[in-house]
Write a protein that binds this ligand. Structure first.
Ligand code: GTP
Ligand code: SPV
Ligand code: MN
Length: 598
């Protein structure tokens, strides 16, 4: 299939290590897809769902202790600890290779090794990067076929000596004590062993497109970000594009697929979904920031997804979709908590246990039908709001008007505010925090600082990453996108969301775009500009009186307390933070003290 000597030699070397019974090169054809599916059904790796109701859909369960990314087992293996920073687990490369080799050794005995040549980004785009993943998991192959472009055409693009990221994966024995997710940025290599879950094993996604790509981006002058990309168009205007960084399970897929609420329909907005998880951004020849989505599929959260919260997602996953860790119903369809339709009377849950409503586990806790981090894998092209025409968004990327940061904050952070300028915006991103969700192991609900939603994904020292952001801003000057912070998750005194969220978030995007076009004023507060309430279209929203005030309130005293926590978080970066971040911290503190005393 290829004349690429280095690739052939590497596949041989890895096969000698893992000792598979056979090696199969993935060609990307439809015939091959059918064969792989048949095989995965035979081995029990996947179950075919009810083909009348869900054509082309498959079902999979991961090992019960392998249902989310394992950040504690994820390492950046650069020569020195200083280089990876306190934000990463570090292991010296030699030790990492040696440790992993013990587990990879003979791990594919009795199995087939699949060779998946893949491209992140369209072949022919200056943004794109090629990888080759070796895996003994058919589930991984079937997922990669949806999430990336794979097969012969990628080998053709690679030629005889093209550069590629070497990605090795084996499920091995799925033992959490023998699980490692290793990145070798200087070798352009990723090794993942002992897991079968999404972000740990679909190596094109977080491992390549964020951890390795962020490292390359710093070196080559571009940015790899944990961001959605969305276009908003009003009749008679051009499309404006927004990117947004929210931590895992904080609403990127939902915002990217937004449908205008009924009351705003007469305004005739068109929404374009470009990406829901990762953005690669570069300056064009005019120094305008452009973004592509390097993926070709969605790997989205299921619980909470329904025809009301995200109708576009429900349409996207009607066919050709892989459902992981949800409830399997007796009729061969699936169900998840807060999804569509009635709660089934019984089924088999994500752990393979019999389930019925109200069922309890051994400890007497409610037994979930679907795991809180259960997911769908679906082709991007099936999304009704995906671009229908043209390849510009794939090849050249879309111009970015605004960059949003956000997370889950029950208190403190207002619904929206705008940074004073790029440097202040970088500070806002650097001090982003969110309450922990089911997408990570650890205590849920705990406030966790997650700069730019990249804490688990930045492949090098976070202080250098902030420096890179500042540098990109300097290159763009006045052409830099405006930076905003949003929070859809502020709670009232009864613990209820103050803001309806989902499609209604368009009302806030409208304000953001008006700000970008200089069409509306704003109120200056110590933390940034907040909207004058009359500039947000609340038509058709029956908010209780005073709600907007609560949503937009900035309490200086609470912010001063937040600054203490920020300082605590920044301690780990002491002596390395860019001075601009410290300047912004000091200036904010002064503004807050001024406001608190006035
Ligand atoms: P990853 O795929 O893990 O990166 O997550 P994501 O950022 O794409 O999050 P996603 O859109 O899947 O949303 C995760 C959860 O947040 C779901 O349970 C949603 O229902 C919920 N959610 C999304 N948007 C909103 C919103 O505007 N308001 C509220 N209250 N919940 C939301
Ligand atoms: C996330 O956790 O941010 C995801 C899912 O998008 S995973 O691919 O597992 O990283
Ligand atoms: Mn994500």
């Amino acid at each position: 299939m290829t004349k690429h000597k280095e690739l052939i030699a590497w596949v041989e070397e890895m096969a000698a290590l893992c000792q598979p019974d056979a090696i199969v090169w993935i060609d990307g054809s439809l015939r091959e897809k059918k064969e792989l599916e048949e095989q995965a059904i035979k081995t029990g790796e996947v179950i075919r769902l009810n083909q009348k109701i869900m054509p082309g859909c498959l079902y999979h369960r991961t090992h019960p202790d392998d249902v989310a990314r394992t950040e504690n087992l994820t390492f950046i293996c650069a020569p020195t600890k200083e280089e990876v920073g306190p934000n990463n687990n570090w292991m010296p490369p030699q030790e990492a290779y040696w440790k992993a080799k013990q587990i990879f050794s003979g791990a594919m005995k009795g199995r087939t090794m699949y060779v998946i040549p893949f491209s992140m980004g369209a072949v022919g785009s200056p943004f794109s990067k090629i990888g080759v993943e070796l895996t003994d998991s058919l589930y991984v192959v079937l997922n990669m076929r949806i999430m990336t472009s794979v097969g012969k055409k990628i080998l053709a693009a690679l030629g005889r000596d093209g550069e590629f990221t070497k990605c090795l994966h084996s499920k091995a024995d799925l033992n959490v004590t023998r699980r490692l997710i290793l990145h070798f940025p200087h070798d352009n290599t990723i090794w993942s062993v002992g897991s079968g879950y999404g972000g740990n094993v679909l190596l094109g996604k977080k491992c390549l497109s964020l951890r390795i790509a962020s490292f390359l981006g710093k070196k080559e002058g571009w940015m790899a970000e944990h961001m959605l990309i969305l276009g908003v168009k009003k009749p008679g205007e051009k499309t404006h594009y927004i990117t947004a960084a929210f931590p895992s399970a904080c609403g990127k897929t939902n915002l990217a697929m937004l449908l205008p609420p009924k009351a705003l329909e007469q305004k005739g907005h068109t929404i374009e979904t470009i990406g829901d998880d990762i953005a690669w951004m570069r300056l064009d020849e005019h120094k305008i920031l452009h973004a592509i989505n390097p993926e070709t599929g969605f790997f989205g959260v299921l619980p909470g997804t329904n025809s009301k919260s995200n109708p576009n997602a429900m349409l996207t996953i009607k066919k050709n979709t892989i459902f992981t860790n949800v409830l399997l119903k007796p009729d061969g369809t699936v169900w998840w908590e807060h999804g569509d339709g009635e709660t089934p009377s019984h089924g088999v849950n994500w752990q393979g246990k019999p389930w019925k409503p109200g069922a309890l586990d051994e400890e007497g806790k409610p037994l979930l039908g679907a795991h809180a981090n259960s997911r769908f894998t679906a082709p991007f092209s099936q999304c009704p709001t995906a671009p229908k025409k043209g390849k510009g968004h794939l090849l050249k990327g879309v111009p970015v008007s605004a960059i949003l940061y956000g997370g889950r904050r029950a208190h403190l952070t207002p619904l929206v505010y705008e940074a004073f300028d790029w440097q202040h915006g970088v500070y806002v991103g650097a001090t982003m925090a969110s309450e922990r969700t089911a997408a990570q192991y650890g205590k849920q609900g705990e406030v966790r600082y997650d700069p730019m939603a990249m804490l688990p994904f930045c492949g090098y020292h976070m202080s250098d990453y902030f420096r890179h952001w500042l540098k990109m801003g300097k290159k763009m000057g006045k052409k830099a996108p405006k930076i905003f912070c949003v929070n859809w998750f502020r709670l009232d005194d009864n613990g209820k969301f103050l803001w309806p969220g989902y499609g209604e978030n368009l009302r806030i995007l409208e304000w953001i775009l008006k700000r970008c076009q200089g069409k509306v004023g704003a109120k200056k507060t110590p933390i940034g500009y907040i909207p004058n309430p009359e500039d947000i279209d609340l038509n058709g929203l029956n908010l209780a009186p005073g709600t907007m005030d609560k949503l937009l309130a900035v309490h200086s005293q609470e912010w001063l307390e937040e600054l203490e926590r920020q300082a605590e978080f920044f301690k780990q970066f002491e002596g390395t933070l860019p001075k601009e971040i410290l300047t912004e911290y000091g200036a904010l503190k002064e503004r807050l003290l001024g406001a608190a005393n006035s």
